[in-house]
Design a protein around this ligand. Structure first.
Ligand SMILES: Nc1ncnc2c1ncn2[C@@H]1O[C@H](COP(=O)(O)OP(=O)(O)OP(=O)(O)O)[C@@H](O)[C@H]1O
Ligand SMILES: [Mg+2]
Length: 239
């Protein structure tokens, strides 16, 4: 759905966090980015969702230049961000989180009904009238993903979606993300390890200090090698 060319983004003038990043998200598939802490994974997802303004480069959406779009424009086009760190609305209940984000029309493929979401995340079913801040960390994480799925995204930006989840729930989340392309939605997911990404897709991008690699194969060790080379370069005394 999106094509990113030579994107440079930073929080301060002359201090780029992402440098000339290129990424092709036109295939309806799961696209994964792995990289160490601070590499810029969240920065990239926030930029694509319209929360940050690039200093250079272009983001194309089906031939349209959307480099400087706002979050509501990205959302209207079908881009949903499930942010890292469970950013819920503290004054809304679980049920309200899932009803305030109404599914967009004309996107029947990736629509998840509330019932379906509660099947995927049964822990939320017993918490429908609890407020965001009354949920456990894992429950908040589930609700963050459920809220994004309920908007029937064409592109789901999932920032470390399995962080802090018990292995069984993490596997459920992985299974839902894997199904999304069959429902017509593209996924861009960030993960801390190649192993976690390999469970979702065999082709991953490696992000190291703002530089994004071409897609590399996860299963044959290419991605691990890129990460290891980077760590050796930045910390030559590491084992
Ligand atoms: N709001 C901000 N203001 C200034 N600098 C920021 C801000 N958010 C992130 N940064 C910096 O940008 C860089 C990339 O951060 P980012 O959160 O994108 O990394 P990440 O790859 O998502 O890391 P993690 O794996 O820890 O989530 C880091 O050096 C970070 O300190
Ligand atoms: Mg992050």
């Amino acid at each position: 759905m999106l094509q990113v060319s030579d994107l440079t983004v930073g929080y301060h003038r002359d201090d780029a966090v992402l440098r000339e990043v290129c990424l092709d998200l036109t295939a309806v598939a799961v696209h994964a980015i792995v990289g160490p802490n601070g590499a810029g994974k969240s920065t990239l997802l926030h930029t694509l969702a319209g929360h940050l303004r690039p200093t250079a480069g272009t983001v194309w959406c089906e031939g349209r230049d959307v480099t400087r779009w706002r979050p509501h424009q990205a959302a209207r086009t079908g881009v949903a961000l499930a942010p890292q760190g469970r950013r819920l609305w503290p004054s809304l209940t679980v049920a309200e989180h899932l009803t305030v984000t109404r599914p967009a029309r004309h996107r029947p493929g990736s629509t998840f009904s509330v019932d379906e979401l509660l099947e995927v995340f049964p822990a939320l079913a017993g918490r429908l009238h609890h407020h965001g801040h009354q949920l456990s960390g894992g429950e908040q994480q589930m609700l963050t993903i459920a809220r994004a799925l309920h908007t029937a995204p064409r592109l789901l930006l999932a920032d470390e979606p399995t962080e802090g989840l018990a292995p069984t729930v993490a596997r459920q989340v992985t299974a839902v993300l894997q199904q999304l392309p069959q429902r017509g939605a593209t996924v861009l997911v960030t993960l801390p390890h190649v192993r976690a990404a390999a469970a979702l897709t065999d082709t991953v991008h490696v992000l190291t200090t703002g530089h994004l690699s071409h897609p590399v194969t996860a299963s044959d060790g290419q991605a691990e090698r890129l990460l290891r080379d980077h760590l050796t370069l930045t910390n030559p005394h590491a084992e």
